[in-house]
Design a protein around this ligand. Structure first.
Ligand code: 13P
Length: 252
């Protein structure tokens, strides 16, 4: 019902030559028509080159960020139309690194979400709590607040085109993966929140990825959970073998 979706977030890594080589290796091993939806999200300066490599393959391409205005005096920013022009299909929005380091708020994420949906791209909206928030038992409150703020003003039809990524901040880049029970609990709660807002049918169709130290050896357990529909992978997406090892963890 929900097609599993594994995306690699390359973050601020790789030279252009390395990015091309990695995209070629992933595409060669995936082949066309894979049952799992697969995408990689290179740094913006490599999108053009990687899009050229991935054109016509079974691997999609996403950006890690975008600005919400269509054009104008916004030094250093990129528009949705620019990404569309390059053949980009997905955009990661509200990653915790952007929220914490670049000061992005739910309002920013929401403005970007509206622009991305209007431009016909698929948004991957990231939510997740810090360790302090989890320790204080605030995980579901935080996810609720981030979902409500980030998804404000969209219709159920638009929500059906959104991918959510639950990425507990304490699990990102730390090697400390959420247990399958911890992750499933939040995914199930997030789906309930989506159902309350958009209705059961739409909520049942929305993919919710897990992100945070996903590796080939822990992917299968996580991906077997009923509400975990894929993964947003950081470090392990920087090598074709480990990224595809995670794809192989999807039980079809
Ligand atoms: P790691 O897989 O390196 O923990 O990163 C997860 C992440 O932030 C993906 O967006």
């Amino acid at each position: 019902m929900r097609r599993p979706f594994i995306a690699g977030n390359w973050k601020m890594n790789l030279t252009k030559a390395e990015a091309i080589a990695l995209a070629q290796a992933v595409a060669a091993k995936v082949g066309a028509g894979h049952a799992v939806e697969i995408a990689v999200c290179p740094p913006a300066v490599h999108l053009d080159a990687v899009a050229a490599v991935l054109k016509g393959t079974g691997v999609g391409i996403g950006a890690q960020n975008v600005y919400f205005q269509p054009n104008g005096a916004f030094t250093g920013e990129l528009s949705v139309a620019m990404l569309v022009d390059l053949g980009v299909q997905y955009v990661i929005l509200g990653h915790s690194e952007r929220r914490r380091i670049m000061g992005e708020t739910n309002e920013h994420v929401n403005a970007k979400l509206h622009a991305v949906l209007a431009g016909g791209l698929t948004p991957i909206v990231c939510v997740g709590e810090t360790l302090d928030e989890r320790t204080a038992n605030k995980t579901e409150d935080i996810v609720q607040e981030q979902l409500a703020g980030s998804l404000a003003g969209i219709t159920a039809e638009q929500a059906g085109r959104v991918v959510i990524a639950y990425e507990p901040v304490w699990a990102i880049g730390t090697g400390q993966v959420a247990t399958k029970e911890q992750a499933e609990e939040v995914h199930a709660a997030a789906r309930k929140m989506l159902a309350a807002r958009f209705g059961e049918t739409t909520a049942a169709s929305i993919r919710i990825q897990y992100g945070g130290s996903v590796k080939p050896d822990n992917a299968a357990d996580l991906l077997a959970q009923p509400n975990i529909d894929g993964a947003l992978v950081g470090g392990a997406s920087l090598k074709a073998d480990s990224f595809l090892g995670i794809v192989a963890g999807v039980k079809l």
